[in-house]
Each structure stands twice: as C-alpha cells, then as structure tokens.
Design a protein around this ligand. Structure first.
Ligand code: GAR
Length: 329
C-alpha cells in the first residue's frame, strides 16, 4: 500500500507520476491540478530513489507516495512493483517526470498510449542524455523541451507539444538547463491535461471514429437524426453501418453504434460488459449496440473490428467478396 493513501474524494482523471529527482515538473502538474476545472488529479507519486526531493514535496501536499529501489532487482521486477502501486492507486495514466529509468517493453506495451514523458530537447534532436551540452556544442540557436507518448523505443513516441528556449551567448548547460526547466513547468501541466482529457473530448472521439469508419471500402458519411452516420454502398442505395452518438437521448455516453448479430448477443454484451457496451434508446430495439468511447481505456482496435463487422453485415455482396479475397492474403 502506498504511503499516505487515504480516501480522498476523487475528482478527475487519475494519474501516477514517476520521478527520480527534484520532482519540480511533478510539482508543476500537482499545483496545476489544484486549479479550478483541472481535468486530472495525481493519485500517486512513485520513485526508484528513496530520498528524491520530489517525494518530500508530494508527502507535504498529502499525495500518496511509493518507493521501490531499482538496486538488486531485475528491470521486470522493478517495473512490476511500480506498476502494481500505480494500479492500486487507480491510475489511468502514467506520467514520467525526470524518471531516469528505461521501462521494459512489456510494461510500455501494457500501458500503450497511456504513458507520457517530458524530455529536455526539441525532439527528434538530442534523444538520451546531456541534451543541453549537445545543443550548445552544435551551435544551435534554440534548445527546448518536448512532451511525448512513451513507446518501447527511447524518446521516439509521438511528440504532443514542445516549447522553444533561446540559447544565450555564454550559456552553460546549467544556465540553459535552468531556463528550460522554467519552460517545462509551463509546458507539461498543459500537455498532460490536454492529452488525458481528449478521451472525453467529443471532437477527438468523433474524428477517430470517422477516420476508422471511412477507411472501410466504399463508405461515406451522412447525417441521421442530427448525428453523424456512416454508410456503405452508393450515395443512393447505401446502408448505415455506424452512428456516432454524443450524449444522445439523455445518455451520458459518447459512443459509436454498430450492428450486432441478434438481440440475444446485444443483451448478453450489455449485461456482461456494462463498462464497454450499452443498449441505446430507439436504435437498440433494432439490434444496434453502443460502444462507450468516453472512458480512458478505449481499445481502438476493438472499435475498428466492430466497425468492420458492422460494415460487413450490411455491405453489398460484391464488396464483401472482394474483402474476403483480400483477407486471404
Ligand atoms: C527535467 O528537465 C526533464 O526534462 C528531464 O529531467 C528533469 C527532471 O526534473 N528528463 C529527462 O532527462 C528524461 N530523459 P524535475 O525532477 O525537477 O522535474
């Protein structure tokens, strides 16, 4: 159990922050999370270094902390302990803030798309260490910081946001690094908040569904009862295979509606996986099921599979035949 864990009232998306040092970026995120309308809360600060200064600040502010030294443990075992603590705390996202450990590939894959990092350079420049010395040495005009999604390859995931910092004549790695820190403290809280809340942002979810639906063969978009819908076939004779539903008919869900095979299947899914599926008003009666999208753990591959299946159930035979042939290769 993490030190200091208690029954604090929950408000917002839960993140765990991993640190190894002073934790000033963690502090920036923490204080930003206490502003009105902040979308997230820090539920745990975890570290591989027992006397990391950031831990003291977190404790002072009443945030649960967890320490597990990496010394004498395999990478997998150490990662497993950190992961268990984050999960116990209910974390939906992991935020690395000066966490000077490389995470194992398996760990990163388990949290795919849900780990962020801040790196003190304008990526893709200067991955790894000594970024300020390398930027000065190269005669660059600017250094900076980047926030990126963590993937198994070091400092190589999608860059979400960057801030530039001018390099002054006579800058040393220390003087430059101090200004980059100031910039990081502005950048990271905003980038984390934007990223973790996009899962509840209707525009983001709609764009994602649209992209997946329209990559299927011979599809087009058409509004239906005031909501976006996606059809397969010609403009004239096409049929709907998906509807995007944004809190329609009083539902609290943002969802994509797709065709199930039968009412039995629909009811079974809704009953056994109520966090993923629901029976939408009106559409439910004719076999459409709602896949809930405004939840932090949406599995987009799963959504794509459902769209494909729903497409197949209404697509003209000439199209499904072609698809079957393509699937064989
Ligand atoms: C930050 O400058 C961050 O960009 C860097 O460590 C510092 C942590 O400071 N991260 C890396 O170099 C990761 N490769 P903080 O503990 O005061 O937030």
């Amino acid at each position: 159990m993490a030190k200091g864990a208690n029954n604090r009232e929950s408000h917002g998306i839960k993140i765990a922050v991993f640190i190894s040092g002073s934790g000033t970026n963690m502090a920036a995120i923490l204080y930003a999370s206490r502003l009105a309308d902040a979308p997230l809360e820090i539920v745990l600060v975890a570290s591989n270094i027992a006397d990391a200064d950031g831990l003291k600040l977190a404790e002072l502010e009443g945030i649960p902390t967890f320490v597990h030294s990496h010394k004498g443990h395999s990478r997998t075992d150490h990662d497993a302990a950190m992961e268990a603590a984050a999960k116990d705390a209910g974390a939906q996202f992991l935020v690395l803030a000066g966490y000077m450990r490389i995470l194992s590939d398996e760990f990163v894959r388990r949290w795919e798309g849900r780990i962020l990092n801040i790196h003190p350079s304008l990526l893709p420049k200067y991955k790894g260490l000594d970024t300020f010395a390398r930027a000065i040495e190269a005669g660059d005009n600017h250094a900076g910081a980047s926030v990126h999604v963590v993937t198994p390859e070091l400092d190589a995931g999608e860059v979400l946001a960057q801030v530039r910092v001018t390099i002054a004549p006579g800058d040393t790695p220390e003087t430059l690094g101090a200004r980059v820190k100031l910039a990081e403290h502005q950048l990271y809280p905003r980038a984390v908040a934007d990223y973790v809340s996009r899962g509840t942002d209707p525009d983001f979810l709609y764009a994602k569904v649209r992209e997946l639906a329209l990559t299927l063969p011979e599809t087009h978009e058409r509004e239906s009862h005031g909501s976006p819908g996606f059809r397969v076939g010609t403009e004239k004779t096409g049929k709907f295979f998906a509807h995007f539903s944004q809190q329609h008919h009083g539902s609290e869900h943002i969802a994509v509606l797709v065709k199930t095979g039968s009412m039995d299947e629909l009811l079974h899914l809704v009953e056994t996986q109520p966090d993923t599926y629901y029976k939408p008003a009106y559409y439910g009666a004719s076999g459409w099921i709602g896949i809930i999208l405004n939840n932090a753990n949406v599995d987009w591959d799963h959504v794509a599979q459902w769209l494909g299946r729903s497409w197949r159930s209404v697509a003209p035979v000439r199209l499904t035949k072609l698809h079957d042939i393509a699937d064989m290769f």
